[in-house]
Design a protein around this ligand. Structure first.
Ligand SMILES: Cc1cc2nc3c(=O)[nH]c(=O)nc-3n(C[C@H](O)[C@H](O)[C@H](O)COP(=O)(O)OP(=O)(O)OC[C@H]3O[C@@H](n4cnc5c(N)ncnc54)[C@H](O)[C@@H]3O)c2cc1C
Length: 467
């Protein structure tokens, strides 16, 4: 296409996190965009509204601690003008060192931004065909981990490869007015930041009793798994009979609490129930174990149980969670749940500019591409929107620089060891290490991370400056 002819149209499939960011980026670069979202006509197992940018579980976009990996990713996105991050910053609720948002206000702002963008047309319909032969359109597929079945089948037809499907789970939310405030206390771990978390302290006896109840509680059986055809199960289990719920594939970071508990009697005390640094003002000491509650919305009328995603039957959850000191009479606004997670085998299918190798007019963004997490999904939407805009204008996009957090995520999903590919959050492990002599000289990990961040931001700025 010549530079003077009209740019191609862009079709974005999915109005979750990656899709709206991609659509807004492409529109801001002069492209006409059609944004497809199937809700409310058809919903997913996890979405509860028909809103754009719904946060389906926690309300946290992770750490804002300077020179941490999630901070770096967000800094790069801010520099690049991420629209959804602007909205997240504008709807932040107190959450210590993390960026957490009021989920309703966040979605409302994103919706208003899309409505105000004349280059974006919204179609509320389910897409089931990818039309790879249509060379007038660039497609960004951002239909997420709960991509509807017909579209997943279409993607399978197109890529000829198997999807990996496995499960992770979501944590419960409690009505703030039903927490016994006499038993709990506000504190920040190690007194770092503001004391935004409510802490429920356990004695050893209370912990033992809770653990026994948790590990013996009844789970929901893995019906969804049984319905999954053998060729859509994780490769190493493809030939196996449907496993029990305890054998399902989970993200380590999203392991159900009852599975963590089963790994050993102290595993929870060193994981999501870690008491270290949470001094109880009543005793002046750390409790034996603690459950942390994080504010859900600006009204502070609901809190989520941090790290308490689980797969117990709802009645059992109510019984077991009410053994947590302070939650004896709690009302739960949402119970923990298990859910499906679909993503492509990016190392064999995607280029570093998120294009399908076999069908370069189709880009994959968000969780479906193999990144994991809200912020990572928005970040990949940002990149996909910019890459698609370049393609629409007849240019081949330049990939984000390897040294940056964004570039490292793309590098990981497109270069990971193919057999054991698993979606990833941003961590320093994904960034290129510092040069060996520098590593030898600088023993302090924090200092090394600071240098990695500086190098990443410099590379990212240079890439942005190239336009
Ligand atoms: C239950 C659950 C809990 C999670 N919890 C967390 C968490 O706490 N923290 C975290 O960082 N990450 C979490 N994740 C992972 C991930 O960050 C989120 O799934 C995130 O929303 C992914 O963004 P996305 O834009 O890729 O997909 P989504 O936000 O899911 O957006 C995809 C959109 O596409 C639409 N869609 C699907 N199929 C079609 C179709 N055929 N046609 C049109 N539209 C379609 C869907 O309705 C949806 O709106 C969770 C994931 C799940 C499933």
């Amino acid at each position: 296409m010549s530079q003077s002819s009209r740019p191609k149209k862009i079709r974005v499939i999915g109005g979750g996190l990656a899709g709206p960011e991609a659509a807004l980026q492409a529109a801001s670069l002069g492209c006409q965009v059609t944004l497809y979202e199937m809700r409310p006509h058809r919903s997913t197992e996890a979405h509860q509204t028909s809103d754009f940018a719904e946060l389906v579980c926690s309300n946290s976009l992770k750490s804002e601690s300077e020179f941490s990996a999630p901070w770096l990713l967000k800094q790069e996105m801010r520099q690049a003008g991420s629209f959804l991050l602007l909205d997240a910053d504008a709807t932040a609720v107190p959450a210590g060192h993390a960026l957490a948002v009021d989920r309703q206000q966040f979605s409302m702002r994103v919706a208003a931004r899309i409505a105000a963008e004349p280059r974006i047309t919204v179609l509320r319909e389910e897409v089931t065909l990818l039309d790879e032969a249509d060379d007038d359109t660039i497609t960004i597929l951002a239909s997420g981990p709960l991509t509807s079945a017909p579209l997943a089948a279409e993607l399978q037809r197109l890529t000829g490869s198997h999807h990996l499907a496995f499960y992770d789970s979501i944590s419960p939310i409690v009505d703030a007015t039903t927490i016994d405030m006499e038993k709990v206390y506000f504190a920040a771990r190690w007194d770092k930041g503001t004391a935004d978390y409510i802490n429920c302290p356990f004695t050893k006896e209370e912990y033992d009793c809770f653990l026994d109840a948790l590990t013996s509680a009844e789970k929901i059986e893995a019906k969804a798994w049984e319905e999954l055809p053998a060729d859509r199960r994780p490769e190493h289990l493809a030939a196996a009979p449907a496993p029990a719920a305890s054998q399902l594939q989970y993200f380590e970071g999203c392991l159900p609490i009852e599975e963590t508990a089963r790994r050993g009697r102290d595993t929870l005390r060193f994981g999501p129930m870690k008491p270290a640094g949470l001094t109880n003002p009543k005793t002046g000491r750390w409790p034996y174990a603690a459950v942390q509650l994080r504010q859900e919305n600006l009204r502070a009328d609901s809190y989520n149980l941090v790290g308490f995603q689980n797969h117990l039957k709802f009645g059992e959850q109510a019984r077991v969670l009410r053994l947590i000191p302070g939650l004896e009479h709690a009302t739960f606004l949402r119970f923990g749940q298990i859910h499906r997670n679909t993503y492509i085998h990016a190392p064999s299918l995607l280029t570093e500019t998120l294009q399908l190798k076999q069908h370069p007019r189709i880009l994959i963004a968000g969780q479906l591409s193999g990144v994991e997490g809200y912020t990572e999904s928005i970040a990949s939407g940002l990149l996909a929107g910019r890459y698609a805009a370049a393609l629409a204008h007849g240019r081949q996009p330049t990939p984000a620089p390897r040294a940056s957090a964004n570039g490292s995520l793309s590098h990981y999903i497109t270069h990971a060891e193919t057999k054991r590919f698993q979606p990833a959050n941003i961590t320093f492990d994904l960034l290129p290490p510092l040069e060996e002599d520098l590593r030898k000289r600088i023993r302090d990990k924090k200092e090394r991370h600071r240098l990695q961040c500086e190098r990443a931001l410099a590379a990212w700025s240079a890439w942005l400056a190239q336009g």
